[in-house]
Design a protein around this ligand. Structure first.
Ligand code: ASP
Length: 352
């Protein structure tokens, strides 16, 4: 059983952007995810926590992991689950996105889990629902290039568990050096990771070609995003750019690699996949530069042989990719639990 969940420390109705998270918020999610992860995997797997609640997934963009992980997480908490697919919906008949969302709210949705290719759609939906006096919570499951909070939280949990399996807390992460390599420009995962990792005292090294990693990213966490008054984290870990992967890897404690998001590239930003792999691809040999055995993470889907070699991806002693997928369930259970089971005082993480 989950004893005394730390709801008293949770103050949000919506989760839209980790830029608005405090260290206490991260600690709350990690603590609850650890408890959910520790539940026995055999026997009845459902907790009654969200019985009678309705979780609706509204995915306007494809997803393999995130959607099914949220739906499984909701079912493990005994929520009813409803999913929307754009192809077979009234969107094709001209219904607006807000009206589609309101339709699900009218059916009783307590939480809308929303993915959209445009940045800001989940926040707009949250504002619309607030203005209409609805108590439905909105959880951002990835919006354009902006934010993917649940992915960054599961990455954080996976890293904390790797560094300290018994006690995966913020302390397990403080002072670690983590390299994020690849297509940072098109990655909402990297943007969310920059907020979460630096909040937990991680020193982040970004690596990639200038076409996929503009210099401005070195300032990414220096100011809260537009509309947010202040950064709730007093002292963040450092952030720097290193263009040479071998130099970036020196002394690293973990490496996160990102997919080349060719579907979002409006022009040719790399010369060839082979050349990219040569310069920025990970392999066992490349990782020797770290000077110790370090884990590799990737949010998926992976371009095998591009971001990392097939051998590395399939090596369970180095690759945490499947562990990330596993950890997605307790982390999303934690988020749904916090959002659907609490009566928040304020309204949103990331709603300006
Ligand atoms: N699955 C992640 C996302 O939706 C990463 C990716 O697509 O490369 O952002």
């Amino acid at each position: 059983m989950i004893a005394r969940p730390p709801l008293s420390r949770w103050s949000y109705r919506h989760v839209l952007d980790l830029a608005a998270f405090s260290q206490e918020d991260y600690a709350t999610v990690l603590e609850l995810a650890s408890r959910f992860r520790a539940l026995p995997m055999s026997g009845p797997r459902r907790l009654p926590a969200l019985q009678g609640r309705l979780v609706t997934t509204l995915f306007f963009e494809p997803s393999t992991r995130t959607r099914s992980s949220f739906e499984l997480a909701a079912r493990r908490l005994s929520a009813d689950v409803q999913s929307f697919s754009p192809a077979s919906s009234a969107l094709a008949k001209g219904e607006s996105l807000l009206d589609t969302a309101r339709t699900y709210v009218a059916m009783g949705a307590d939480v809308l889990v929303v993915r959209h290719r445009c940045a800001g759609v989940p926040a707009e939906l949250a504002r619309d629902l607030e203005a209409a006096g609805c108590r439905t919570a909105v959880l951002n499951a990835g919006d354009g290039l902006h934010s993917h909070p649940s992915q960054a939280l599961l990455d954080l949990f996976t890293l904390a568990r790797h560094f300290n399996p018994e006690t995966p807390t913020l302390e397990a992460l403080a002072g670690k050096r983590i390299v994020i390599v690849g297509d940072v420009l098109h990655s909402r995962v990297a943007r969310s990771n920059l907020w979460s990792l630096t909040a937990c005292g991680v020193d982040v090294v970004l690596c990639g070609p200038a076409s996929l990693l503009p210099d401005a990213f070195a300032q990414f966490t220096h100011a809260p995003p537009p509309g947010q008054a202040q950064d709730l984290v007093a002292q963040r870990g450092s952030l720097r750019i290193e263009r040479d992967l071998d130099r970036a890897l020196e002394g690293a404690d973990a490496v996160m690699t990102l997919r080349l998001q060719q579907e979002r590239m409006k022009e040719q930003l790399i010369t060839s996949l082979e050349a990219y792999h040569q310069r920025y691809g990970l392999s066992h040999r490349r990782l020797e530069r770290c000077g110790k055995s370090v884990p590799v993470l990737h949010p998926g889907p992976v371009n095998r042989g591009v971001e990392l070699s097939g051998e590395l991806l399939d090596d369970p002693s180095r690759s945490l990719v499947e562990e990330q997928v596993r950890n997605g369930i307790p982390v999303r259970m934690a988020l749904l639990y916090l959002m659907a089971a609490s009566e928040p005082a304020s309204s949103a993480a990331g709603l300006s």
